[in-house]
Design a protein around this ligand. Structure first.
Ligand code: NAP
Length: 259
């Protein structure tokens, strides 16, 4: 399928690894020039070089923490006028409701709610002026079905979801769409870190923890970053202009709900 976005320009945040990288790769395959970001420069440069090699698109890199004001300013400066914005950042750590402090909540809100909102606020006016734009926010399955130990994530992502629900309707008249992608478990470093916590708590090996989790998923496996990226590229395509303010769950059937 021709996604019709070759030659467009995308900012993909937190994209040296994992789901962000999957989105960057799929957009590059569709011919989109990229601005990629992560904190660690080495993995970022390696990912960018690989994408340039495989897809022949232009890739600009900005090694910075996207959850800081300085990081956002540096990325936005390098990005310039973007047609596509993919918002992503690391997720908050797991824990227990009774331990979380105000500072923990502020950090989670900064990372997973206020950062994507700030980047949307910066990029949407240009998209509206040009009459075309696509924003995809990577959130989590936990927006639909809470994961108790990820209460910081549940809270911050619910806030972002509420913001997108209204704002997507305000920008839709201008040819700009905003949608959220809700990953269930995917085989990334984040999954290794979550599974390592489970393994430690339950006295299992990492392999046993992975097998135990996979057995609870109707698809009986973890998602891949390529599958995730393909959906992101579709939501950013010309074909997806009528998809507005949606929350697309990619979870192998893990959330047991009819709608
Ligand atoms: P990952 O494999 O750990 O990759 C995270 C990527 O983001 C890396 O490139 C990392 O590079 C970058 N990054 C992290 N914090 C950053 C920051 N503050 N500024 C800039 N770059 C940053 O994680 P993932 O599995 O792709 O997860 C992506 C998001 O989806 C997270 O918010 C996660 O909570 C959520 N999620 C994931 C799953 C899953 O199963 N994988 C499920 C539900 C939700 P640096 O470390 O070098 O910065």
């Amino acid at each position: 399928m021709d996604l019709g976005i070759a030659g467009k320009r995308a900012l993909v945040c937190a994209s040296s690894k994992g789901l962000g990288l999957g989105c960057a790769e799929a957009l590059a395959e569709a011919g989109v020039d990229l601005v990629m970001n992560a904190r660690g420069a080495d993995a970022l440069e390696a990912a960018a070089a690989d994408i340039r090699d495989r897809f022949g698109v232009t890739v600009t890199t900005v090694a910075t923490d996207i959850t800081t004001e300085e990081g956002q300013a540096a990325v936005l400066q390098a990005a310039g006028a973007v047609d596509i914005l993919v918002n992503n950042a690391g997720g908050p750590p797991p824990g227990m409701w009774s331990d979380w402090t105000r500072d923990d909540f502020i950090a989670a809100l900064d990372g997973n709610m206020l950062t994507p909102i700030a980047l949307m606020k910066a990029c949407l006016p240009g998209m509206i002026d040009r009459g075309w734009g696509r924003v995809v926010n990577i959130t989590s399955q936990s927006v639909k079905a809470p994961i108790a130990v990820l209460g910081l994530s549940n809270s911050a992502r619910a806030g972002l979801t509420g913001y997108v629900a209204g704002t997507s309707r305000q920008v839709a008249p201008h040819g700009v769409t905003i949608n959220n992608m809700l990953p269930g478990i995917h085989a990334t470093d984040r999954a290794v870190s979550l599974d390592s916590g489970v393994a430690k708590a339950q006295g299992l090996s990492l392999e046993e923890a992975v097998a135990q989790r996979a057995a609870t998923i109707p698809a009986r496996r973890y998602g891949t970053r390529a599958e995730f990226g393909a959906m992101c590229a579709f939501l950013c395509s010309q074909n997806a202009g009528f998809i507005v303010g949606q929350n697309i769950l990619l979870d192998g059937g893990a959330v047991n709900a009819t709608l």
